[in-house]
Design a protein around this ligand. Structure first.
Ligand code: MRU
Length: 363
């Protein structure tokens, strides 16, 4: 793993992860020693974001191999538990399936499965590093083209939702990869950051990443984007995704769909950035076929933040008797997506274009 920024790293054979539930107020790490630790870290969102969920799942299979002393019959049920940790991000299932396929082959060849699992989990992370760099380069071309048509001194205003930065995919994220690249190239940019209720990944994580990188940004409530688009203050939307179907329907953090509708109504280009591991080529209709995670109502009923006493705590924002519903993701239909920014290039969110660029991934 060669990345500059990391959401996780290896130490003495264990996996250390940044506890994202504590950001931006404190940088706390957790050490995952067992496959159960990996499952829990994914479930309680110590780690989150489609890519990093896949990485931690892959290392979780390695930890399963270690605790099973390389016995494949014991690794498989543990891997199945990791695979079920969260339902929507397909990178989780993809990573576990890839790990098990490699281990099955290695088992026939009587190789050391602990070593093989570790090497494969590292390989997946290393591929992500290369992939995000390429996503950054392709996406940056879009930003550069807009910048060329801007009056001198005016920034390209990019709106993003949730967190799709290096905390979500090593080592530059998906949606934020073109933003990091553009900033590095000296393009004048400014990012509108949706707070992303209920868990506030925008306010807590994206704003923190951008602040660390000194990239100009402004935090907005989730409902502000439409007005900004009507005012001509958004040049481009770029979001990440947890699963894209063969026909180009996009699952991403709840609220993405409404942003895409507003973008469509205002002729603002709406791009989705993803590594190819986020395609689910076995399905077509996102609304009918993608399982949307439902999370605890408490995430809606309470807000977590920094208290006046300097401690991180939660406060309730609704009457005690009010129930809440908490879908974690929504589906943006392909027709609202201007294009998909992938590590192989930019393609239309349509079956012919996706199949044309990713034929080798279609089962
Ligand atoms: C890899 S970034 C794309 C998505 O994973 C991201 O936008 C997102 O929706 C994350 O959701 P989360 O619930 O925080 O895991």
């Amino acid at each position: 793993m060669n990345s500059t920024y990391k959401a996780f790293w290896l130490k003495d054979g264990d996996l250390v992860v940044i506890d994202q539930t504590q950001l931006p107020f404190q940088i706390v790490t957790k050490t995952l020693k067992t496959s159960g630790d990996a499952t829990l870290a994914i479930q309680d969102m110590t780690v989150r974001g489609a890519g990093v969920i896949g990485n931690v799942a892959a290392f979780g299979v390695y930890l399963a191999a270690r605790e099973s002393k390389g016995d494949l019959s014991k690794i498989k049920p543990l891997a199945a538990v990791i695979r079920g940790a969260r339902p929507t991000a397909v990178n989780l299932m993809w990573a576990v399936d890839r790990m098990i396929a490699v281990l099955e082959k290695a088992n026939i060849q009587k190789q050391d499965l602990v070593e093989v699992a570790l090497a494969e989990a590292i390989a997946i992370a290393d591929e992500d590093v290369v992939g995000t760099r390429n996503i950054g380069k392709f996406g940056c071309e879009l930003i550069a083209a807009i910048a060329n048509n801007k009056p001198q001194g005016k920034p390209v205003n990019i709106l993003t939702h949730c967190n799709a930065g290096w905390l979500a995919i090593v080592d530059r994220g998906s949606a934020l990869a073109p933003i990091y690249e553009a900033f590095e190239q000296g393009i004048n940019i400014h990012v509108w950051v949706d707070e992303t209720r209920p868990r506030n990944q925008g306010a807590n994580l994206t704003a923190w990443e951008l602040a660390q990188a000194k990239i100009p940004h402004t935090l907005i409530t989730d409902n502000t984007g439409g007005l900004l688009m009507q005012y001509g203050k958004v040049d481009l939307c770029i979001v990440g995704t947890d699963r894209v179907t063969l026909k180009g329907d996009v699952a991403n953090k709840i609220g993405t769909y409404l942003k895409a509708l507003a973008a469509f109504d205002n002729q603002v280009p709406f791009y989705v950035a993803l590594p190819s591991s986020t395609f689910d080529m076995q399905i077509s209709d996102g609304v009918k076929e993608i399982a949307i995670e439902t999370r605890s109502p408490d995430e809606v009923l309470y807000i977590q933040g920094l208290q006046d006493d300097g401690k991180v705590g939660k406060i309730r924002v609704a009457p005690l008797e009010t129930p809440a519903l908490n879908y974690g993701f929504d589906i943006t239909p392909a027709r609202l997506v201007t294009g998909l920014i992938t590590e192989r290039g930019i393609c239309d969110a349509a079956e012919t274009a996706i199949a044309g660029m990713f034929l080798d991934l279609i089962p």
